[in-house]
Design a protein around this ligand. Structure first.
Ligand SMILES: Nc1nc2c(ncn2[C@@H]2O[C@H](COP(=O)(O)OP(=O)(O)OP(=O)(O)O)[C@@H](O)[C@H]2O)c(=O)[nH]1
Ligand SMILES: [Zn+2]
Length: 358
């Protein structure tokens, strides 16, 4: 192996660069596109981009375009031309729905129809995977400035399509209130992404269906006891049931906010305070209802030697994804705990829009 970063390592660097406000370069054959994340763009970098000449455009997802009433000629995304006086304030207002209601963005927005959108599409995928707002200021350039992280488009698309291998790091005994005979396993993905955990209760046999839960991280619910969702009671309810049965496996997947990250989840909460429901809020931010990668859960179970589960969930999509990824679900075990006056609407929306079973 060479000492030079490979495509996976370049992608991890690109995510870090974008989160810090640095441009990256997407390369496809002889084409080069500079990409800047609007969320982290500074006035200085915007001025430096303008100094390069050329005509930058702003790529947003079709979800965000719908809110702004901009035409998404590219299907799942729109490439907006910048008005002459476009500044940081304008770019932020397009990218971030925080002020949509207080000072609605005035169109008309002019969307590009001509030219390829493939690199813009890739840029938005990378931004989502970096857990920042999917809005990219892009500029096609003949040659890219020195010193920037450059990604090969084909290799990067392939990496984003493929689940990163996860490697066990360490496991140790952690006696829990719900189950004294418990162990915590830490897994680390090769792609520099978040670590995920498995809590093994007792010593579940590998040749029979194990009582299992795939729990997505919820800092607010799991740690703070937030009443806006049902995550905390679900987490503790699942551990208690596994403790009572003497065996189980709880995967704690670091996919905060259904895969949009805590900052974006708080943006969604702020929109919910303005009257939007949990799904509408995600869409206004430019995200899909659910951005989680459920393949991770299936991969971890397989890696730990499990082939079939009794799944603690109310979410049919989780069952479908397990089956699709080679884990048999012999039984769905409902997990109905934690309903309170603050989350009745949230749970009703999940049932209505995301197909959750009541
Ligand atoms: N984007 C967003 N995420 C939320 C919101 N409320 C909770 N979440 C996240 O939703 C996820 C809930 O995860 P789970 O409880 O595993 O999943 P679920 O799809 O509800 O399925 P089950 O609980 O298994 O029935 C967590 O990642 C939370 O952080 C919200 O309003 N917006
Ligand atoms: Zn929650």
């Amino acid at each position: 192996m060479s000492l030079i970063p490979d495509a996976t390592e370049q992608l991890a660097r690109a995510r870090a660069d974008l989160r810090m406000g640095l441009p990256i370069v997407l390369r496809d054959g002889s084409r080069r596109m500079l990409v800047l994340a609007v969320e982290t763009l500074s006035a200085d970098r915007l001025a430096a981009l303008a100094a390069l000449g050329g005509t930058p455009h702003l790529a947003i997802t079709a979800r965000r375009a719908e809110t702004l009433k901009a035409r998404a000629y590219d299907g799942d995304l729109a490439r907006l031309t910048l008005p002459k006086d476009a500044d940081l304030t304008w770019l932020n207002a397009v990218a971030d729905p925080a002020d949509d209601l207080r000072s609605p963005m005035k169109g008309p927005f002019v969307a590009l129809r001509e030219g390829p959108a493939d690199l813009d599409r890739l840029a938005l995928r990378i931004l989502k995977s970096a857990r920042i707002l999917p809005a990219a200021l892009n500029l096609s350039v003949p040659t890219a400035p020195e010193g920037l992280t450059t990604l090969d488009a084909t290799a990067t698309r392939h990496l984003l399509d493929t689940a990163s291998p996860l490697h066990p790091v360490i496991h140790a005994r952690v006696p829990l209130a719900a189950a004294e005979n418990s162990r915590l396993h830490v897994f680390r993905p090769e792609d520099g992404g978040e670590e995920h955990y498995a809590i093994e209760i007792g010593r579940p046999p590998r040749d029979t269906p194990v009582l299992a839960r795939l729990h997505s991280a919820c800092f607010t619910g799991d740690l703070l006891g937030s009443l806006k969702c049902d995550c905390g009671p679900q987490l503790h309810g699942a551990l208690t049931q596994m403790g009572d049965e003497g065996a189980g496996i709880l995967l704690y997947l670091n996919q905060e906010g259904r895969g949009i990250g805590l900052a974006n989840k708080m943006r969604a909460y702020s929109l919910q305070d303005q009257g939007f429901d949990t799904v509408e809020a995600n869409h206004r931010l430019g995200f899909e209802d659910d951005e989680r990668d459920f393949r991770i859960g299936a991969a971890l179970l397989k890696q730990m030697g499990f082939a079939s589960v009794r799944l603690l969930t109310n979410n049919p999509a989780k069952i479908a994804m397990m089956e699709k990824n080679g884990i048999a679900v012999t039984e769905r075990v409902p997990l109905k705990v934690g309903e309170n006056p603050h989350n009745t609407k949230y749970l009703a929306t999940k049932a209505k829009k995301s197909g959750h079973l009541l």
